[in-house]
Write a protein of this length. Structure first.
Length: 188
């Protein structure tokens, strides 16, 4: 009685082992490039950079794929790869301005195929921080704004009254000084 279940299990195991091999050999293989599950690396230039800087990313892990996305904890946003000549895919990424100084992993996932790529970049802090965008410090455009505002507003009544009062005080001071010189004798 015990030999029947053991025999049945042995036959079932032999069938499960033997059947998938011929079936796999009989199925047509997928043409290269259509179902690429490649892995590769990402070329990052420069590989050592500072917060706020921009890096260039290159990968050929996508085969004939035309689009990919790259991500890293150091990036300010997702990098979108596009074709670049025959060298593969290219993207630019900006490093977060608050990125800590350390090594960061970079991941690329191909959208058209199953390819993936990895790489690494190092963020270092410089002694003098450099701005990531132009600084709004006035200068060139400020002169035209000041001229325009002066023409529109001009001096008001307060300025006119203040000017008249100062002129009157100056006139009284000159008159008093002149009258003192006349009173004193010329010989003394």
């Amino acid at each position: 009685m015990r030999s029947t279940p053991i025999t049945f299990c042995a036959v079932a195991a032999a069938v499960l082992i033997a059947v998938p091999a011929p079936v796999a050999l009989a199925s047509p293989a997928a043409p290269a490039g259509e179902d690429d599950r490649r892995t590769g690396t990402v070329s990052i230039t420069p590989s050592t950079t500072a917060p706020g800087a921009e890096v260039e990313l290159w990968t050929d892990a996508c085969g004939r794929g035309r689009r990919a996305k790259g991500n890293s904890d150091a990036f300010a946003s997702v990098a979108h790869f596009r074709p670049a000549d025959d060298k593969g895919l290219f993207a630019r990424a900006r490093i977060r301005s608050d990125a800590e100084p350390r090594s960061y992993d970079v991941w690329v996932t191909c959208e058209d195929s199953g390819g993936r790529a990895t790489g690494a970049l190092t963020v270092v802090h410089h002694h003098r921080p450099s701005p990531a965008a132009p600084v709004k410090a006035g200068g060139g455009g400020a002169a035209t704004l000041a001229e325009r505002s002066a023409d529109e507003q001009g001096p008001g009544v307060r300025h006119a009254v203040t000017g008249l009062v100062l002129a009157a005080v100056a006139a009284v001071a000159v008159a008093l000084r002149t009258s003192r010189r006349r009173r004193t004798p010329a010989g003394s």
